[in-house]
Write a protein that binds this ligand. Structure first.
Ligand SMILES: C[C@H](O)[C@H](O)[C@H]1CNC2=NC(N)=NC(=O)C2=N1
Length: 86
């Protein structure tokens, strides 16, 4: 997979990012909770910036110092969660 397969995401070789606005703060926190479960399952964790209803996810493989397939897979899972929550 590549960034081109993730139209909601932008970034470069070191980090990919997506910002999304939810209808409410509690909806945003619900998304964070669900992403946390997936991140634990995958043992691969995004950086998450929470500003009221706006979430910004940044994915990078810290151990590799760059974006890897694990980041694309996590991004796809985040997209699925956001699509079901919004
Ligand atoms: C020990 C544990 O498996 C590693 O630290 C995992 C945890 N989550 C991770 N998340 C991300 N984004 N990059 C990593 O390299 C990483 N490594």
């Amino acid at each position: 997979m590549a960034l081109a397969d993730l139209p909601e995401w932008s970034g470069d070789d070191t980090t990919i990012t997506r910002t999304v606005e939810l209808p409410s703060f509690m909806d945003a926190i619900a998304v964070v909770d669900r992403v946390a479960v997936v991140a634990e399952e995958m043992d691969h964790h995004p950086d998450i910036d929470i500003r009221w209803r706006k979430l910004t996810f940044r994915c990078s493989t810290h151990s590799a110092g760059k974006v890897t397939e694990r980041d694309f897979k996590l991004a796809r899972r985040i997209d699925d969660i956001v699509a079901n929550q919004a």
